[in-house]
Design a protein around this ligand. Structure first.
Ligand SMILES: [Zn+2]
Length: 306
């Protein structure tokens, strides 16, 4: 009796203490649901739920696009999806190497032995068992059970994945855009495009690991494909206008930097001359905008239009 009581108290206290994400998936199409995260940086308040994670329902299993920033989030996302239909997760596809998009992987590996598919730089940049950026930002009660695991299948060329009744195209961007190795995921029949962080809306992106010129080229590639719905790496707009804001941001950034170079503005003054104030109300503006301007100057200084 006493042992049982201790056990009960133990279970109650851990479940009471666990961070509750209160997740509600957004239905994109009949077979696609997404958890759309906060637009801000990872904080204790949002529990690191600040990127998008999607479930594609096939006849017998779910295929995921990105798994969020930790085990606990992944577990609660699955529990929430189970209320819609309780299916195993057969495959997980990761769009790019930033850890806010794939630290939920080990939950799916442990629970379903899901096959993890992603870009090759995750295995190159992260050792199994190593601590990542997110683990240093968020407290251990949120990051509990989260582990770096290997990507099972690295995508280097366009691949079609057939899972039950669904055909899922995995298309490498093929050049540096948000990162050196971004993947686009496309459901041709349903016309749903998942872009990872090559597209964001409602917040400013970071070009830290990417390229401004590559970003614009990648947006052209995305918009040359006939999609009806687009799920960005961060942001809530999944409609036809999903790429509009980021396209405007990069286009203006490029134009204004090139003009400043022509006007012989010096690197040290560039973020005073180019400000992109029309985007100042977007999330993460104060964190990323001036760095993006500075980096764009470096990239465009010796740039020649193709
Ligand atoms: Zn991201």
């Amino acid at each position: 009796m006493f042992k049982k009581l201790i056990l009960l108290i133990g279970i109650l206290s851990t479940s009471l203490l666990a961070f509750n994400y209160d997740l509600k998936p957004k239905k994109i199409t009949n077979d696609v649901w997404c958890f759309l995260g906060d637009l801000n940086a990872p904080t204790v308040k949002n529990g690191g739920f600040m990127s998008n994670s999607c479930y594609i329902k096939t006849e017998k299993s779910y295929v995921l696009v990105d798994t969020g920033s930790n085990y606990l989030f992944a577990k609660q996302a699955y529990e929430s999806m189970s209320k819609i239909e309780k299916l195993p997760v057969s495959h997980v596809i990761i769009t790019h190497s930033h850890d806010d998009h794939w630290l939920g992987n080990n939950y799916y590996k442990e629970k379903f032995n899901s096959k993890i598919i992603g870009p090759s730089n995750i295995n190159k940049e992260h050792e199994v068992g190593q601590k990542t950026r997110m683990m240093n930002i968020l407290p251990t009660d949120i990051m509990i059970n989260t582990k770096v695991i290997k990507v099972d299948t690295e995508i280097i060329e366009a691949t079609s994945l057939i899972v039950n009744d669904k055909k899922i195209d995995i298309l490498p961007v093929g050049f540096k855009a948000h990162t050196s190795n971004d993947l686009l995921i496309f459901l041709e029949k349903e016309k749903v495009m998942f872009t990872g962080d090559v597209v964001m809306n409602g917040r400013i992106t970071s070009t830290r690991d990417g390229s401004l010129v590559g970003q614009i080229k990648a947006l052209n590639k995305i918009d040359s494909i006939e999609w009806e719905y687009l799920v960005a790496g961060h942001g809530y707009d999944t409609s036809k206008t999903a790429t509009k804001e980021i396209r405007k941001y990069f286009t203006l950034l490029k134009e204004r930097i090139l003009q400043s170079i022509e006007d012989e503005v010096e690197a040290g003054n560039i973020s005073k001359i180019v400000t992109l104030k029309e985007f100042k109300d977007l999330a993460m503006y104060d964190i990323f905008n001036s760095r993006n301007i500075f980096d764009a100057f470096g990239e465009l200084e010796f740039y020649e239009e193709e």
